[in-house]
Ligand binder design. Structure first.
Ligand code: 3HC
Length: 490
């Protein structure tokens, strides 16, 4: 089936982005909002987004006029009577969606495909409320819709043969890659992404590290386009909270219980970019009460590097090259480690001087303070890292520090998702690369880190936090035992 005329209901950030995507691909779009005020807001989103593209020289003014000219805005759903496809992007409240779909079912031709952009609600429940459940699918775009290249196409047990293929072909015409998935809470991306974001909020609440440090670690250390708190602000804290709630209802996994911090911020109206204020924001932000970072410079003195091998142009060499003296009675003992360092610290004459150092990628040094580390040693370690060009990420001396603690459970979840037969390795990797701009998918990351390192890191996390979901997935464990370094591809 070819789709030429489409309707988009709901012109918030996502709906307006989706309407723009269709219009850019040459389709005629009817955008529907509830009232004149909401319609004006939707028009504003469209004009700003295409206007920015013109300012950047990515779009000629006449092209922008053509794109906007393909979009008709209305407050009447009845105007959708002749479209081939409707995509719904209204708030994530099942009752609202069901009532809308009943209406669309009455208004649109029987052959029209009705799609929901729901992040997590049951597509089956929405489909079942209509007289055409076989022609109702999920079409899940990613924020910002004009930029992110993924669409998850969600079929249900009652979807008619061919409909998923037609919508997949349409996604291709829009310049997107489609991944066809079944109707499970969170589909592929949100099922993997949101627990990771929720976990970041939990680590901040536990005081393992502060907002800026966690964000910097994930951006600069792992190469993600945004840190978890910046991304939560983009997605919307209310949306994240709702998705977590739906995930928890389906899995009863306590890691999926929405972080109390998210609830508090949502209740306080700190929703992220959409309300101008969330974890970040010009009109105030929430940083978890982390101590102010720019403290007085330490009186940098002598150092000693211990721990795992540090040869060649390693940390000790870089510090020496920067003019610092190694000493047997140093001001700060930098213990290179990927595990908590308290056991090493207590063997020193003065444990207060030890700081754990975990280098992540080329740019980040996680700096673990134990319960005994002095403020002076922690500050000195931070300043030394800056001098050798590394971004310091101060954190508590806990298993996985920041990056491994956030990343490894996410990788473990991806293995479990594959092992459960929900999606292929290729689809999971593509979904995270294209939907979230990850530099590599979870299986690609697992293979580049080394399966054994991730398995061992998960065991350490499990031992520390006693969280059942941190226990390595059986498949991962088996591959490591069999000394296999790659996942079996199709
Ligand atoms: N609308 C349209 N275009 C936009 C845009 C927007 N809101 N934001 C950015 N862009 C465009 C810019 O114009 C620019 O285009 P150009 O290269 O043609 O000039 C391009 O995107 C890159 O933008 P910038 O250079 O300004 O900014 P960055 O390089 O920092 O990229 C980003 C911004 C694309 C948002 C990048 O940070 C990113 O990929 N972040 C991850 C976003 C993500 O994970 N999204 C998925 C969230 S999960 C989700 O949506 C599911 C839901 O159900 C919860």
């Amino acid at each position: 089936m070819a789709f030429e005329r489409v309707g988009v209901v709901g012109l918030g950030t996502m709906g307006a982005g989706i309407a723009e995507v269709f219009a850019r691909a040459g389709l005629r779009v009817i955008g529907v909002e509830a009232d004149a005020e909401a319609l004006a807001r939707g028009r504003g989103h469209l004009e700003r987004s295409t206007g920015k593209a013109v300012d950047k020289g990515r779009l000629a003014p006449e092209q922008r006029d053509e794109i906007l000219g393909r979009i008709t805005l209305t407050t009447s759903r009845e105007d959708l009577r002749d479209v081939d496809l409707v995509v719904e992007a209204i708030p994530e409240i099942l009752d609202y969606k069901i009532s809308l779909f009943k209406d669309l079912d009455r208004i649109c031709e029987p052959g029209t495909v009705l799609a929901t952009n729901t992040s997590s609600l049951s597509v089956t429940a929405i489909a079942a409320a209509t007289g055409r459940p076989g022609r109702v699918v999920g079409m899940h775009f990613f924020n910002p819709a004009p930029v992110m290249k993924l669409v998850e196409v969600v079929g249900t047990v009652v979807t008619e043969p061919g409909v998923v293929a037609d919508v997949t072909a349409l996604a291709g015409r829009l310049g997107k890659t489609a991944v066809a998935v079944g109707d499970r809470a969170g589909f592929v991306v949100n099922r993997l992404l949101l627990p990771y974001l929720n976990h970041a909020a939990a680590l901040m609440e536990l005081g393992v590290a502060g907002r800026d440090d966690i964000d910097a670690a994930m951006r600069l250390g792992v190469g993600l386009p945004m840190g978890p708190f910046g991304l939560l602000d983009l997605i919307g804290l209310d949306t994240a909270y709702e998705v977590m709630g739906v995930l928890f209802d389906e899995t009863r996994d306590r890691r999926h219980a929405p972080s109390p911090l998210l609830r508090e911020l949502v209740t306080a109206g700190l929703l992220g970019r959409k309300s101008g204020r969330g974890f970040y924001g010009e009109s105030g932000a929430y940083d978890g009460g982390a101590p102010h970072r720019e403290q007085a410079r330490s009186r940098l003195g002598t150092f000693k590097v211990v721990g795992y091998e540090d040869e060649g142009d390693g940390l000790a060499e870089r510090l020496r090259a920067a003019g610092f003296k190694p000493s047997e009675d140093p001001d700060v003992v930098l213990c290179l480690a990927d595990r908590p360092v308290i056991e090493h610290a207590v063997r020193l004459p003065d444990p207060a001087r030890m700081v754990g150092v975990h280098l992540v990628g080329e740019q980040v040094a996680e700096l673990a303070s134990t319960a005994l580390t002095s403020e002076r040693a922690a500050t000195a370690a931070r300043d030394l890292m800056k001098i050798v060009g590394l971004t310091p990420v101060p954190c508590k001396d806990r298993a996985g520090f920041v990056v491994d603690a956030l990343l490894f459970p996410f990788l473990n979840d991806a293995v479990r998702m594959y092992d459960a037969g929900y999606a292929s390795i290729e689809d999971i990797d593509a979904a995270m690369r294209l939907g979230c701009g990850y530099p590599a998918g979870p299986f690609e990351m697992l293979e580049s880190f080394g399966l054994a390192r991730v398995r061992d890191g998960l065991r350490a996390l499990y031992t520390e936090y006693r969280e059942p979901a941190f226990a390595p997935a059986s498949l991962l464990d088996q591959l490591v035992t069999a000394d296999v370094s790659e996942f079996p591809r199709r």
